[in-house]
Design a protein around this ligand. Structure first.
Ligand code: PRT
Ligand code: ZN
Length: 300
């Protein structure tokens, strides 16, 4: 990598090279109005619109790269960040900046379908195969379950069939993988989604400015995800009641309608989802021509 690529005035962001986090990361960057140009080795990229460099890594390496300051920030599953925190000894671990709402999954203890699971005591004396020994042991200790863990890097779901273990503790999304392997989930031990992490050491002023601008763009994308722009015509004397019904709205914009004195146009940004019930209520208050539009970008 050239010196130019390791420019210290640019913020360095680690994302997964390819896998279940990468589409969500690319979409998030795209929605932030950022496009990526990738280096020839495909391990390095550059954001065109902001001074941000990208390192494309295996997800498991992202927390340590951020902890070691090889990268300033990273996007990783909470499961991987927490496993690293529980199993790797270091002076300081990366801190979670915010939840990003994609790559949601659960870490679950699962076992043979024929087990009639009646609680943690059933796991006493059993062996549990997992790629997450830290999180699994933490759960077992918290719940006073006397089971052992068997570390497996992949294909955890085959462990009971091969008699390597009695049960598994693995990531579950739809549950199809467990089902196809004759297993069923017993207990959810950890809810996960993609998170933004950073090294807790203060950045230089220059990097802090880039970081603030980047996080502000992410906030804009996150807050516009459920937000709607609502427009309607409404009786002037119903405006107060309408304002109360619109979720999260404090002060809508009121516009005059040419040639009408008793009716006005009401425009408002609703930060929360607008459901059909709300539209029905608005109609009952005399609103007409109600439009609910998606918002592409928003900045507070
Ligand atoms: O190559 P690299 O090391 O970067 O990637 P990886 O293979 O280790 O991870 P990857 O891309 O599979 O997952 C990255 C992150 O996505 C995980 O750390 C989780 O935070 C999140 N995630 C979300 C998932 C899933 N959903 C998921 N379904 N990670 C893994 N799975 C696997 C799970 O291990 C099991 O094998 O999918 C299977 C279960 O899926 P269902 O739908 O059948 O239940
Ligand atoms: Zn991985």
């Amino acid at each position: 990598m050239s010196d130019d690529q390791f420019d210290q005035t640019r913020l360095r962001l680690a994302i997964q090279k390819s896998g279940r986090l990468s589409d969500g990361c690319i979409d998030l960057l795209k929605n932030c109005g950022l496009s990526i140009s990738r280096g020839r080795d495909k391990l390095y990229g550059r954001i065109e619109e902001m001074p941000i460099d990208l390192l494309l890594l295996r997800d498991d390496d992202i927390p340590s790269f951020v902890a070691d300051k090889a990268c300033d920030i990273g996007i990783v599953g909470q499961n991987v960040a927490e496993e690293e925190r529980l199993t790797i000894q270091r002076d300081s671990h990366p801190v979670e900046v915010k939840k990003l709402g994609f790559s949601r999954c659960r870490l679950m203890i699962a076992g043979p379908k024929e087990w009639d699971y009646s609680g943690g005591a059933m796991l006493n004396g059993r062996r549990i195969a997992t790629s997450y020994p830290g999180l699994t042991r933490h759960y077992l200790e918290q719940n006073k379950i006397d089971a052992t863990t068997v570390m497996m890097k992949g294909s955890v779901e085959v462990a009971p069939r091969l008699r390597i273990a009695d049960a598994v503790c693995d990531i579950v999304s739809t549950g199809a993988t467990l089902d196809a392997n004759g297993l069923k989930p017993f207990v959810n031990i950890f809810d996960s989604q993609a998170i933004l992490i950073r090294n807790e050491t203060p950045f230089t002023d220059e990097k802090q400015k880039i970081y603030d601008a980047f996080v502000k763009r992410i906030d804009g994308v996150m807050s516009s995800r459920h937000a709607k722009y609502v427009m309607m015509n409404a009786p002037r004397d119903a405006v107060d009641q309408i304002t109360q019904i619109l979720p999260g709205v404090e002060a809508p914009t009121i516009l005059e309608l040419v040639g009408k004195t008793d009716m006005v146009a009401v425009h408002a940004v609703c930060p929360e989802a607008v459901f059909w019930d709300t539209l029905e209520e608005l109609k009952q208050l005399g609103a007409s021509g109600i439009l609910v539009l998606n918002i592409e970008k928003m900045m507070a």
